[in-house]
Write a protein that binds this ligand. Sequence first.
Ligand code: GTP
Ligand code: MG
Length: 249
Amino acid sequence: LSSSSTYTTPPSVLLLGPDNAGKTALLTLFERGSQPAATHTSQVAHSIELNASTDSVTRSSFRNHDDATGTHTKFFLVDTPGHGKLRNVAMGRLARTEKVKAVVFMVDAAALGEQDTLAPTAAYLYDVLLFLQKKATSKGKDKASIPVLIAANKMDLFTALPATMVKSHLEVELSRIRASRSKGLLDSGVGMDDVGSEEQDGWLGEYGSEKFTFQQMGEFDIDVEVLPGSVLTEEPGADKWWWWIAQRI
Ligand code: GTP
Ligand code: MG
């Protein structure tokens, strides 16, 4: 009997990113299909089940839950708390969730021009990317290259940086963090060829490169894309993110 009821867990997509980025608002928007709900600071992870279709007429819209014409893929969308003191909750989810097919790292594009927001946002992203890099290079059965969408949210606000600048600001800050975390290693006079694999393992992206770029994650088969959107307004809305997710589950 048990053979006829093979239970398979649907894949998961994790919503990560600093507090106030709009993660919970996005989850409620996808869940309801119309308007996002009012939110409070999240203190626990929360997951919902969604269906995405990649072959119906409205495939690129998150409103395609209602569309009965296509084939749907069931998946879990997992919201996590962004507060720095709860970082272990989010990173724990990333480490323990089964079948993670994609990570959506949400940022507040309207606040990213401020160093006060950029620095902690990039520090968090650095930890996530390094975790994924280690996972991609591991030899165990958990080895996987998980793609990352950087969802540049709040594009409706006039202070919002365009997606290209969200990308370049983050790359500059990630380069800075990488340099400071590996301080001593490169200035120690040790030649590039003499460095042990342990040091290389702790280095994000192309080893020894001066500037970090998201493209360097391609070495580990990790695709990183930055796409603009807004949870609160129809334009540019959240459809681009939905379509990115739908293609990866
Ligand atoms: P934590 O739970 O603390 O990690 O934050 P969060 O990422 O879940 O943020 P949340 O969804 O609670 O949104 C924070 C605030 O940003 C709320 O007041 C939202 O209404 C607002 N917000 C979310 N998306 C947008 C957007 O696209 N534009 C604007 N203007 N505000 C937004
Ligand atoms: Mg939240």
